[in-house]
Design a protein around this ligand. Structure first.
Ligand code: PMP
Length: 433
């Protein structure tokens, strides 16, 4: 039987059949660059790939083989929709490091914290509802929010993280306009992409403001244990167990390939998350969960986190040292943890239009505009230092400095528009969140 494609197009006969929300989906600016940034000759300061080269692969190979040999028929079977009880127990040990006391019953295991973001949004957000988020915000969260047709309102940050007064004003103006704010989405510690952390007094203030306004807080915390001087902030969830949904992950403290993350939520929300997850995936990968447990049993997982901290600190130093040496016309913060530096470009330079010229010069970054729901942010770029070696970081900044100074010449000659041509706006095609 032939199918009538309805209001299709030549390129996509099914165009007219997609749900309204599908039309709002677009490749993230980072993903669009993937092909280019991944070429070996390109120094990619774009991606957020953890550097897992130092993992004890031989031990992991052995424990994986033992797991399958001894518990294979369990590990390779469907598991529990909420996640394996042993893994949920282990997540509570990780969270305890940030002051969180939570019962394993209130943990839902997810396929990376990315799926937890999807589930939280799915159970709370109707089209047109407001999600309040930092300016800038994690690009992967924005793409989830867009898929559920949420209206994201950004709130300003400074060197101390989200500004409480700005948050209070935003919530008040939403209330005055009778807009439903479903939650505050925040990465309070070693922020992606801004690199800053919410100070301790502000943590209390932000929670108090949200409590008063009756707004749930979604705390996304992949980098909390990756402070370079070993500093661990108290998680928001440790200060408020009723008003915070906490998202954790093994992606940055162990390995992203297992795709194991989790949400710790107040009891009623936890039940809804389990239902939503079961309908999406039945259950998270049992093999992955048991592998993570086996790793935590057999290896010094906290020692591994210490190694990651040292590795990323060295790379952060390479990044900020190279910037100071070669890009004095830009300004940046010196992140105390995490993967990213947030760099302000000189007046008039647009990070989006400069990107094709950067990739031609064999260096890639992510334009700041990827981290806003409303297209602002092109006066910044996110540079990640997690993956390339210090030497490659230095080389990448050398190349980028050349591009920025040429761009500056164009801007000085022709004004901000002078450096832009229609072709330039065609972003070549990276991932990575
Ligand atoms: N949140 C933030 C802030 C992130 O940076 C990332 C990954 N880059 C994620 C969530 C998702 O990580 P995963 O799904 O691997 O746990």
């Amino acid at each position: 039987m032939s199918v009538s494609p309805g209001a299709g197009t030549r390129l996509d006969p099914w165009f007219g059949s997609y749900a309204a929300r599908t039309h709002g989906m677009k490749a993230s600016e980072t993903r669009a660059l993937f092909a280019v940034a991944n070429r070996p000759e390109v120094v990619s300061l774009a991606g957020g790939m953890p550097n897992i080269a130092g993992l004890p692969l031989e031990i992991i190979a052995k424990i994986t083989a033992d797991l399958i040999a001894t518990e294979g028929t369990v590990a390779l079977q469907y598991g529990n929709g909420q996640g394996s009880p042993i893994l949920r127990e282990r997540t509570t040990e990780v969270m305890a490091l940030e002051g969180i006391a939570v019962h394993p019953d209130d943990v839902v295991v997810t396929t990376g914290s990315q799926q937890a973001l999807d589930l939280v949004t799915r159970i709370f957000v109707d089209p047109g509802d407001v999600i309040v988020a930092e300016a800038p915000s994690y690009v992967g969260a924005l793409s989830v929010f867009r898929a559920y047709q949420a209206d994201v309102i950004h709130v300003a940050m400074d060197a101390n993280g989200l500004i409480p007064e700005a948050l209070a004003e935003t919530l008040a103006s939403c209330r005055a306009a009778a807009r439903k704010v479903k939650f505050l989405y925040t990465v309070p510690t070693y922020h992606n992409p801004a690199g800053v952390s919410l100070t301790q007094p502000r943590r209390e203030q932000v929670l108090e403001i949200c409590r008063r306004a009756g707004v749930l807080v979604v705390e996304d915390n992949p980098y909390g244990l990756l402070g370079f001087d070993g500093r661990v902030f108290p998680a928001l969830r440790s200060l408020d167990s009723d008003g915070v949904v906490y998202l954790g992950t093994f992606s940055k403290t162990f390995a992203p390939g297992y795709r194991v993350g989790w949400a710790a939520a107040p009891h009623a929300i936890r039940e809804k998350l389990v239902l939503a997850s079961e309908s999406a995936i039945l259950c998270p990968s049992h093999a992955s969960q048991l592998s993570v447990c086996a790793y935590m049993d057999a290896c010094d997982w906290q020692g591994q986190i210490g190694q990651y901290r040292a590795l990323y600190r060295e790379r952060r130093d390479a990044m900020v040292g190279s910037l100071a040496e070669m890009m004095p016309e830009c300004s940046w913060n010196v992140p105390a943890g995490g993967f990213y530096t947030w760099v302000r470009l000189p007046e008039g330079i647009d990070a989006r239009t400069m990107l094709p010229r950067a990739t031609t010069a064999l260096v890639a970054y992510v334009s700041g505009s990827a981290f806003y729901a409303d297209g602002q942010g092109a006066d910044h770029m996110r540079l990640s230092f997690c993956y390339p070696t210090p030497e490659r970081i230095h080389e990448g900044i050398r190349r980028l400095a050349g591009v920025v100074s040429k761009e500056l010449e164009l801007v000085q000659m022709f004004g901000p528009e002078g450096s832009t041509t229609a072709d330039d706006v065609q972003v070549p095609s990276p991932d990575v969140l």
